[in-house]
Every structure is written in structure tokens, then in C-alpha cells.
Design a protein around this ligand. Sequence first.
Ligand code: PEP
Length: 249
Amino acid sequence: MPRPFIAGNWKMHKTISEALEFAGALARRFPPPQERDIIIAASYTALHPLGRALQGSAIHLSAQNVHWEERGAFTGEVSARMLLETGCRYVIVGHSERRRLFGEKNGEINLKVRAALKAGLKPILCVGETLEERGDDKTFSVVRKQLKEGLNNLTPGDIRHAIVAYEPVWAIGTGRTAAPAQAQEIHRFIRQLIADLFGEDLAEGTPIIYGGSVNPANIRDLMAEPDINGVLAGGASLDVDSFSEIIKF
Ligand code: PEP
């Protein structure tokens, strides 16, 4: 069983000084060692100062995106090696906002997953259906396609370093959480798909986390489900008190 994995996705929130203030307070509340993995996904600009401030702490850093090339003429993009040097260990890949607002497709998401792994970053691959797809009974086929294409060409050694986030699009930023049993059903399905691709043992060890309006009031019920190994919280991770409640659950 993976350790509980609690991540906050700050999206386009928090300047460097705001990020440092939050991270300092969080690090004081959760000194090492911790039995849970605690991760903040901050904006690019805050990653390096946070990386220095959080050195030796129990709080780890994630980026929210990465480019798949190692270097080159890609104005505005950031490579995995650049992220690694900031102190970042993780990177969110294929978040639904990137799929929806920036047109990211499974093929390029897979390139990002592989580039992250090659550089030594752990990708947090996001999958999840829209409300319309759920209504059309397409949840399983959408999640299967996103997962299979997102994990394409990964080796069993790679999957040990990957995290999968099930984030139903209709639950993100809407205050509408998936019922724990509803999320569990998809998490089980994801674990089975990983088992089919990489074997039972590796599937059991892969953290599969849930995202979509997680808050201090619903975290316990979600974490009580056997295949929910953690959460990716958006809005509720912006406040140090509510994020701390989620970490403690
Ligand atoms: C997210 O951004 O990944 C997310 C789950 O957001 P929220 O918790 O605000 O729904």
C-alpha cells in the first residue's frame, strides 16, 4: 500500500512571497518525519525560492506542467531538468485545465510523462471524464484511453515513479465531489488497468489519488476507500488551515 499522498495544486495563485509565507507555516506544522507525502504544486516562479526554503522539510514540491523536449527553441516552455534543479520532485501532467483550455492531447501528455521520468521527476498523470461523457456512459472508455495513451511506452521501472490522479472534470472547482463509492469504482478500474499493463504488484504500489472539490469535510470518507491513496486538492489547498486539516484528515 502506498503512503497517503496529499498534494495541493495552487494553479495560478500565490506570488513568491505569498508562497514562501504559506510554505513556512506549513513546514512548521508538519516537521519531518511525516508518515504522509505532502506536496505543493506551485507556479514556476515560486519553485526555486520554495525549493531552497523547504530543503530538509517534509514538504515536497511539484510543478504544474513541463515541456517534453530537453532544450531548444520553445519560447515560454520549461524543461524537466530545469524543474529538477529548482528542487522539484513531481510534476502534474495532463490536468483537465490544460487539456480543456490549452488543447493538450494524450500524445503530448505521454511525451511529458516520459520526459519527466527520464529527468528523474515523478509525473502525476491526471485523467477524468467530463459531465457530458459521464452522462453518455463514457466514463470508463475515456479514463481507459487517457490512461493507456498517457502511460504508453513506459517500462515497469517507470511506473514505480508515477502517480495517477483521477479527477472527474465535473468535480473540479465546482464544489461537487464524487461520492466516495463513485470515486472508488474508478480507482479500482484504474488499478486493474495498471495491473493489466504492468502486473499486479506494481499496480498495488502505484498511488492513485482523487481530485475534485476535496475539503476538510469530505477527506476522511474519501480516504476510507481502499483504492484511494491520496488526494489532489485545488481550492482547499490555498488556505494553510484547510490544507493542514486535509493533510491530517
Ligand atoms: C484541481 O485543480 O486539481 C482540483 C481538484 O481543484 P479543486 O479541488 O478546487 O476542485
